[in-house]
Write a protein that binds this ligand. Structure first.
Ligand code: KG4
Ligand code: ZN
Length: 333
């Protein structure tokens, strides 16, 4: 079964074509990162306009790459949300229109489920159930993934997303955007010399909070500057990253203990973080729990993961959301 999918929830215009939900025939991504860089973050109105410009060329590129014709497509999918509403509308409308023109079924896909499904592409034998941690620029969710379609939310951020904290701290330290990859690299050259808080909230809770940590970094940098001391970027990057990773690993492993699964699956842009991967593998490995994460290109936003989620959704539920799917900014859907 051939699925073609669109993703336009944030700053990547992406089209992918998959066979049977796991085999990638094309995965084209046009990133707007360079455009948003000078603003230090994504500007929603600019993102929407750029998606409109890019969506048709990216579709053409994907079709050419896959070497198929439109009549070969069995199912069309597009991200329905959560995301920036104006941005979402572009890919969603393109997907609905294509499905209508081809007289094929259409499925609106939840972006978070999409991130999880990136792992089904990178690990062809991976099957649910498992504990899932989705950490990206816009989302931080700790979930129980019961099957290919259903999940239960256990924890989320009460303020900044994990990736957002990386981006904001990097901006404050003058390291550029997006901050995650820069901090990841820089931290390898630093030591955890700065004392930064781990925000546990309630010990029993699965929710996260990262804005206090971000403020702690900013305050510490100010204090040092006022004393005429320089902030050491690599040590600060390492101290900050350690604080984020400690909390993510502890809460994820605690939920996995509770659910008694033998797999933990990471997804989203921050799952590319080398320290997070290593710490999670070490900690989970002590209990014989396996850790999975997607190939780097499938960690950040892409349409291959949306095609995979659309395929599994269609197998289980048919095209319930149908041609009239509107953006859905809630977590479920
Ligand atoms: O999944 P994604 O492309 O977008 C959203 O759905 O939000 O994730 C982008 C986020 C950015 O905040 C970026 O800084 C972060 O993922 N990121 C990383 C790394 N690579 C990307 N954070 C930490 N370490 C990395 N290596
Ligand atoms: Zn995402």
């Amino acid at each position: 079964m051939i699925t073609l999918a669109f993703e336009s929830s944030c700053d990547e215009t992406a089209v992918a074509i998959l066979r049977d939900g796991r085999e990638v025939l094309a995965n084209e991504i046009s990133s707007q990162i360079d455009i948003h860089k000078r603003f230090g973050g994504v500007v929603p109105e600019i993102a929407s306009r750029k998606h409109v410009e890019s969506v048709s060329p990216v579709l053409d590129m994907a079709m050419e790459k896959a070497g198929i014709s439109f009549s070969d497509i069995d199912l069309v999918a597009a991200t329905r949300g959560p995301g920036l509403i104006g941005a979402l509308l572009v890919g969603l409308t393109a997907g609905r229109s294509l499905a209508l023109a081809l007289n094929k079924p259409f499925v609106g896909v939840n972006h978070i489920k999409g991130h999880i499904c990136a792992n089904y592409i990178s690990h062809p034998d991976l099957e649910p159930p498992f504990t899932g941690l989705i950490v990206s620029g816009g989302h931080t969710y700790l979930i129980q993934v019961k099957d290919y379609v259903d999940f239960t939310l256990f924890g989320k951020t009460i303020d900044d997303a994990a990736g957002e904290a990386f981006d904001k701290v990097a901006r404050h330290l003058g390291l550029g955007y997006p901050g995650g990859p820069v901090i990841d690299e820089l931290a390898k050259k630093g030591q955890p010399l700065y004392d930064l808080p781990r925000i546990w909230l309630d010990e029993e809770a699965y929710d996260f909070s990262f804005s206090g940590l971000k403020t702690a970094v900013i305050n510490l940098a100010h204090n040092l500057e006022q004393k005429g001391q320089e902030v050491h970027p690599a040590h600060m990057a390492r101290s900050f990253q350690d604080a984020v990773v400690d909390v993510l690993v502890e809460k994820t492993c605690r939920l996995n203990d509770h659910l008694a699964y033998d797999k933990i699956v990471l997804a989203g842009g921050v799952s590319a973080n080398s320290a997070l991967r290593k710490a999670m593998e070490e900690r989970a490995g002590q209990k014989g729990v396996q850790v999975f994460y997607p190939d780097p290109i499938l960690c950040t936003d892409n349409a291959a993961m949306i095609a995979s989620a659309g395929y599994f959704h269609y197998l289980q539920n048919g095209n319930k959301s149908g041609l009239y799917a509107n953006p859905n900014l809630t977590l479920q859907g």
